[in-house]
Design a protein around this ligand. Structure first.
Ligand code: SF4
Length: 65
């Protein structure tokens, strides 16, 4: 996303019906996604757990208001 992804928002490239990336393996697939390696620490063992880990990380890294 040109100006970064706001916390709590899904990536604009995520198809919300299939939950698949719409630009995977295309020329515009970003290095941050290409280099990401899933792990139990980051992804948990279910989609629900992954979303909670992501929410916790976003809360922990939220800039001071
Ligand atoms: S893999 Fe990257 S570009 Fe694709 S939906 Fe996920 S965050 Fe977005």
């Amino acid at each position: 996303m040109p100006n970064g992804k706001p916390a709590g928002m899904p990536c604009m490239n995520l198809d919300m019906e299939t939950l698949r990336c719409t630009i995977w393996e295309t020329a515009v697939y970003p290095p941050v996604c290409r280099n990401f390696r899933p792990s139990l620490e980051n992804c948990g063992s279910s989609r629900t757990e992954a979303l909670q880990i992501l929410a916790d990380l976003e809360a922990a890294t939220r800039p001071e208001q």
